[in-house]
Structure formats: C-alpha cells, structure tokens
Design a protein around this ligand. Sequence first.
Ligand SMILES: *Cc1c(COP(=O)(O)O)cnc(C)c1O
Length: 377
Amino acid sequence: MTIQSRNADLKRVPFSDLALQWREIETDVMPELKALFEASAFSLGPWVDRFEEEIAAYIGTPHAIAVNSGTSALHLAMIAAGIGPGDKVLVPANTFIATLWAVLYVGAEPILCDVDRASWCIDPTDVERRITKGVKAIIPVHLYGQPADMDRILALAARHSLIIIEDVAQAIAARHRGKSLGTLGRFGCYSFYPGKNLGAAGEGGLVVAEAADAARRIRCLRHHAQTERYVHGELGFNYRMDGIQGLILSHKLKRLDRWTEERRLVAERYRAAFAGLPVEVPRAVNGDHVWHLFVLHSPERERLRAHLTALNIDTGLHYPVPLHRQPCFAQLAIDRTTFPNADRNARECLSLPIYAGMTSGQVERVIDGVRSFFSRH
Ligand SMILES: *Cc1c(COP(=O)(O)O)cnc(C)c1O
C-alpha cells in the first residue's frame, strides 16, 4: 500500500454529507433564489405554494400544509384531531423526543409503549395491552425509515376508535400496500430538518390530511389562526414555512426517489456484508424501508463504536436515552421497568453512515471496519 492510498484510507467517513446534495441542486437553485429575493417572498408565498402542490402529488394526498418544523406539524395535527387535557395518547418509548412534545403541548397524557424487537417501531401487542378508557389517539412513528406494523395498528385503531397521527419524519417516500406513509391515518406529519431524507436549508415540516375542513384549520393555525387580515379565529401560531425552504425542497423532491434508491443500495451492501457476523442486522420487516438510518444492534456497541471511531468512521446513536428515562419526565408517574426493548435499543443500537452519494470506497471502509472488529474480538 502506498503512503498516498493509506492517507486516503484514513480520511474521515462522515455520518452524512449534505454538501453533496447542494452540489446537485446549486445550478437550478441559484437563479430562482435571486428571483425569490427580488420578490421578497420570504414567508410562505409562491415557492411554498408550488412545493405544497408538488409534495401533495408526490405523496398522493389532497391536502399538504407546509410548516416550519416537524414538531410544529405534530403539534397542529394534535390540535386538529381535537386532542387535549383528559385525553391519552399512545406513543413509542423509542423515538425522537419531538413525538412526545406534541402530546404534552396540547395537555394530553402520553402512554408510552414498548417497541418491537425486529422493526424497533411501536409494538402492537404492547399497544393493545395499554389501551384503556380515555385513550383517544396513537402516534405510530415510522422509525429509521421503516413503516410501523400498520396492518395491526389500523385494525386496533378501528376496533378501539383511535385517531391515528403518523410521525413520518424519518420515512418520507416509504409506502404501505401501495400508499404513502402519512396517508394511512387521519394526519401524516413530516420533518424537513436538514439531515432527514428530504432536508431543507434550515427548518421545515409538513402536515398532510384527507379531510378538507381539518386541512383548512391547520392552514389557518400555522398563520396566527388568521381568518382574514388581522382577524384571528382562535389561539394561533407562527408556524409558517420560509419561502427559501419551499424553493430548496422543490429541487430536492425531484431527486428524492434516486437518493432513496442510493440509500437502499448502501443498506443492501451492508446487509449482505454483515450477514454472518454476531450482530443484529436491520431488515425491512414491514414491507418497505427508506433507510433514513442503518441501525445495528450489538451488546458490544461501545467497543465497536470506539473501534470505528479509531478508524475515522463516524457513527451515531438513535436513541441512547429512551423516553421513559428522560430527565424531563422524572416526575412522571410511570413504571420504568416495562420497556425492555426500548431499553435494549438504547444500550445496543449503533447507526452507521448512510446517505445518497456515499462512495463505494466509503461503504467498503465501513464494512471492513465492522468486520475487522469481529475478527479481532
Ligand atoms: C426529526 C423528527 C421529528 C421532529 O422534526 P423537527 O423538524 O426536528 O421538528 C419528529 N419525530 C421524529 C421521529 C423525528 O425524527
């Protein structure tokens, strides 16, 4: 091995690389950005309108309302679902914290549920166990890019008259029986945080709905609940999407299918390479998977992670502290012993680099890194 190729080998493999996306869209974006500035279309405006039309068609929904974050999207969906004090909402114990904020923002009570050991999404068997009077809604999170078990969740929701609000922040472009995730429940909530599969140049989010009246209300709520200029029908919010985000997202949406395909190819290479190793390799157990994250599980997580770090390979943890162990819920009277899978995930999960534009050499570096750990130990 020459010195040069050795140095190339030691170059950092980043967890993701958003500059690659920028290089693809830059030439298309720059003239439009100039036009946007000339028009001062900074808050909502024609570029956001265009994006809403495009994403509604892409997802296959009659109504798409662009907002300023995924957290805001979830919050408005909870309000439009009529959920408030006295209501209980089922939420997985293993998710990003924002899923839970939405429940707390409207004064409802979260009922945490354990996750399934294969998909790491909410476990329908545990959901069924925890349904009591007062449970009004469920927020299935399509975690890591994979659908939750929607066949069983839809059946449970029908049997117990639960409202489904899907958290699709990590799974845009994934489908269930031919339909986009986000269109199976009453509301679908997406995030365009830069690192998501479809990421803005800042913050962004989206709510999709089938019902025209609910969509109209959400559209109104995001803009100070303004019904006509300076007239406000109810408690409103400033959750508008920036014009710049609408513009950027339009150009990225055109490339989303190809980028998703690239993620799938990386995932397939990892899966084939790790098949014989003593690790739990993620797989698509509920049909589709868009691989927002590639999450391995190993009891040796800490040592494996240190080994990869020493090889200059970045990794992540999703998520190291489950919801029932968050310090902000220390006062919450919940039994903290009944989430064995969420706890296991927190201890054993390890996310490997995966993104559109990842080179074959980088994928190889990660594969060699993981393999060399297990051949040494
Ligand atoms: C990113 C994310 C959110 C929140 O989205 P923001 O745009 O960061 O507010 C909600 N739920 C899940 C599962 C997420 O990954």
